[in-house]
Ligand binder design. Structure first.
Ligand code: ZN
Length: 248
């Protein structure tokens, strides 16, 4: 079974469309690790597209914030202003959909989905020391997480978490492949579709092939300029438009 793993789409319908078109026909089922909205200009389009696409989905901190669940303490002023804007934009049925999204961890076909960390969906897992807790409680060999917008993740060999060394996929191949070794445990991050922060501005996602025991980490270019234009028209904060071009 080939599982398409989407995360942190962040209301970027152009990046989502480019990603889906690049991998058309190459997956059987899809899941989403949360943060459909926030930052980007297309909250309704993204919610409607993803809800028709995924077999399973959990919420992210921006989904919660957009429908008034949880507090905005962790949001900086720029992110907070987009939360308000997003809430005003969302059609009632889309707001309701976001409000009813379950929190992770969620088990799907032998893998576990979390947005941030296992014990706290809002917590970031950036370094191996932060991954230890996840490896201790993960019920299976593979956990999928998002929230950091950094593609890759961690593996655990002999109780020692380490960063997965990822080659950057080239322009032609679109993805780089990681072979999953039996006996090892993995916390895999597909990266962010709509707002990558690992220095590569291309949309990021992953396809996990449970039969072949491989993960493809994809990078797909999209027209950043048209998204920036929509953001400016909506008067969203300029720094958010600019960061899309650099992937930081
Ligand atoms: Zn996010």
């Amino acid at each position: 079974m080939r599982l398409l793993v989407l995360s942190d789409v962040h209301a970027n319908a152009t990046a989502l469309a480019a990603a889906l078109s690049a991998c058309r026909g190459q997956w059987d089922q899809s899941v989403c690790l949360g943060d459909l909205v926030g930052y980007g200009p297309d909250p309704n389009e993204v919610v409607e597209q993803v809800r028709g696409l995924v077999a399973a989905i959990i919420r992210g901190n921006h989904d919660k914030a957009a429908c008034g669940l949880g507090d905005l303490e962790d949001f900086n002023p720029v992110a907070r202003s987009v939360v308000e804007w997003t809430r005003q934009q969302l059609r009632p049925e889309n707001l309701r959909y976001l409000a009813e999204l379950p929190a992770g961890p969620l088990q799907v076909d032998g893998v576990t989905l979390v947005h941030g960390a296992f014990h706290d969906e809002d917590e970031y897992v950036f370094v191996p020391e932060q991954a230890i807790d996840g490896f201790l409680v993960a019920p299976g060999a593979v956990t999928l997480f998002g929230h950091t917008h950094m593609q890759g993740g961690f593996l655990c060999r002999d109780s020692e978490p380490e960063i997965i060394p990822l080659r950057v996929p080239g322009a032609e191949s679109h993805f780089t492949v990681l072979a999953l070794e039996s006996g090892l445990r993995y916390l895999l991050n597909p990266g962010s579709i709509g707002q990558p922060r690992d220095g590569d501005a291309r949309a990021a996602f992953a396809i996990l092939d449970s039969d072949q025991k491989v993960v493809q980490f994809w990078r797909v270019p999209y027209d950043v300029g048209v998204v920036q234009e929509r953001m400016r028209r909506a008067q969203l904060p300029e720094p958010l438009a600019l960061r899309l071009a650099t992937g930081h």
